[in-house]
Design a protein around this ligand. Structure first.
Ligand code: URP
Ligand code: ZN
Ligand code: ZN
Ligand code: ZN
Length: 483
């Protein structure tokens, strides 16, 4: 089956040029002027870009006594509808559960995916079995390992466990990930707030100030440095965390930061809304911050100190959010965004002049493909790459509404926002899944993308570590003693 995308402008992380793109059997086979043949898609006035890759989703995830409402079917349908052609979801082993057992459970769920997907493995407990299973995980193509420094009593790991795990990840050639919030302090602040009668959703924000994130981010960076492992910090939401990442990068450390589209465009005033449901629907960790923190995140994307824009898509219905009526700490943490990430970033990033189109592609697709070692199969418009593409129409616009979304939940945190930069077409391995808002996804079309360990960064880190390892000094003379 041949498809040709004609009359468009190709925009990648480093180039903008006019050319047609030809696809056969799900792969790009030709790029150049005047291509014809097969099914022809007209991209006049549009940009042909690598499809978005969302490096951070939680589909059908067991969490806080319930399951996130979007599963691999509705979640990837939402993704494609918004121009995202791949998601990286988190496998969350239960306490005492083997990593590969948990991977099996995730593979069972992801069979329904409409687009390609990969996994990060979460390290939710520590022991010999986990240490052993990590090698099997890497062999199975799951080479990035997430550590929760928050959610005390549930997912949280301590520093000694994290240091052991980070060293293991480094030795296996993987990437360490952290959810960086000081879980001990969050627990203390939460208890104090509740005792003082601060039970509403606004207290969620009070319980997780920027300091708990800044402290944990810096701690994770230092531990990763000692362990000799590259570090990816998920959902960086504030200047304190960004500052730690910036400083680390300036000092030559291999550290990346990931702001979410929610933190870039929504702020803490959402929690002060008089409607409890409105505020609770926006409860996520870290919480939304002030406009100063938003400015810091945008600056990070502009300067390159922050690398990838994600969603942390973890959608709960209003009914689920109401588990926390009377006690904010029981509101399931998480918000949606898969369908809205690209148009929101286009509208608030590219249209405002804060990002170039090429930077847009870098932070929504190419950077993460490189960090996770799946470039140029993913994240590229190159001959031989998977035809995961979005043909983005910069003039097409819509107002975001829950009624018009693919996600299974009953609201949208971006409700009422007008966005431009919508897909005229979204292609997943060459298959057209979206045509001007019409969604024609195929359940089960998505495939697992396994990734190899030991990308260049790890090789460099381990070479440097070996060269600078502590060694006894070789002395020439015998010291004169006892004179
Ligand atoms: O509030 C959030 N972010 N929920 C999803 C789980 C996580 O911490 O990433
Ligand atoms: Zn998290
Ligand atoms: Zn998350
Ligand atoms: Zn298919």
């Amino acid at each position: 089956m041949t498809t040709t995308i004609r009359n468009g402008t190709i925009v990648t992380a480093d180039l903008t040029y006019q050319a047609d793109v030809q696809i056969e059997n799900g792969v790009i086979t030709a790029i150049g002027p005047g291509l014809k043949g097969g099914r022809e898609l007209d991209a006049t006035g549009c940009y042909i870009m690598p499809g978005g890759i969302d490096p951070h989703t939680h589909l059908e995830m067991p969490f806080m006594g319930t399951y996130s409402a979007d599963d691999f079917e509705s979640g990837t349908r939402a993704a494609l509808s918004g121009g995202t052609t791949m998601v990286v979801d988190f496998i969350l082993p239960g306490q005492g559960q083997g990593l590969m057992d948990a991977a099996k459970a995730w593979h069972n769920k992801s069979g329904r995916a409409n687009c390609d997907y990969s996994y990060h493995m979460a390290i939710t407990w520590w022991g010999q079995k986990v240490w052993e299973d990590m090698e099997d995980s890497v062999k199975a193509g799951i080479t990035s390992f997430k550590h929760f420094m928050a959610y005390k009593g549930a997912l949280m790991v301590n520093d000694d466990e994290m240091f052991s795990s980070f060293r293991r990840v480094g030795d296996l050639g993987g990437v360490a990930l952290v959810h960086a919030e000081n879980g001990d302090l969050v627990a203390e602040l939460t208890a104090k707030l509740l005792a003082e009668g601060n039970t509403g959703p606004e207290a969620h924000g009070y319980s997780r100030p920027p300091q708990v994130e800044g402290e944990a981010t810096n701690r994770a960076i230092m531990i990763a440095d000692m362990a000799g492992v590259p570090l990816y910090v998920v959902h960086t939401s504030c200047e304190e965390a960004h500052e730690a990442i910036r400083r680390a990068r300036q000092a030559g450390k291999r550290v990346w930061g990931e702001p979410l589209i929610q933190h870039l465009t929504l702020d803490e005033s959402e929690y002060f809304h008089p409607d409890w449901d409105h505020a609770a629907r926006r409860v996520m960790s870290p919480p939304f911050r002030s406009k100063d923190h938003q400015a810091s995140l945008w600056a990070g994307l502009q300067s390159g100190s922050l690398s990838c824009v994600a969603t942390d898509h973890c959608a709960f219905t209003t009914e689920q959010k109401r588990f926390g009526l009377g006690n904010f700490s029981k509101i399931p943490n998480g918000t949606g965004g898969l369908e809205d990430r690209l148009p929101m970033l286009w509208t608030h990033g590219v249209e405002t002049g804060r990002l170039t189109m090429n930077e847009f592609v870098a932070v929504t697709s190419t950077n993460i493909a490189k960090i996770l070692n799946m470039y140029p199969k993913k994240g590229a418009v190159l001959v031989g790459a998977d035809a995961d593409l979005v043909v983005l129409d910069p003039k097409a616009s819509k107002v975001i509404t829950a009624a018009g979304q693919q996600s299974a939940i009953d609201y949208n945190v971006f409700e009422g926002k007008e966005v431009r930069g919508l897909p005229r077409y979204t292609l997943t391995r060459g298959q057209v899944a979206v045509t001007e808002g019409k969604v024609t996804t195929e359940e089960g079309h998505g495939r697992f993308v396994g990734r190899e360990a030991r990308p260049a960064v790890n090789r460099a880190l381990s070479t440097w570590k070996e060269l600078t390892a502590p060694r006894p000094v070789q002395r020439t003379g015998v010291p004169v003693t006892g004179v």
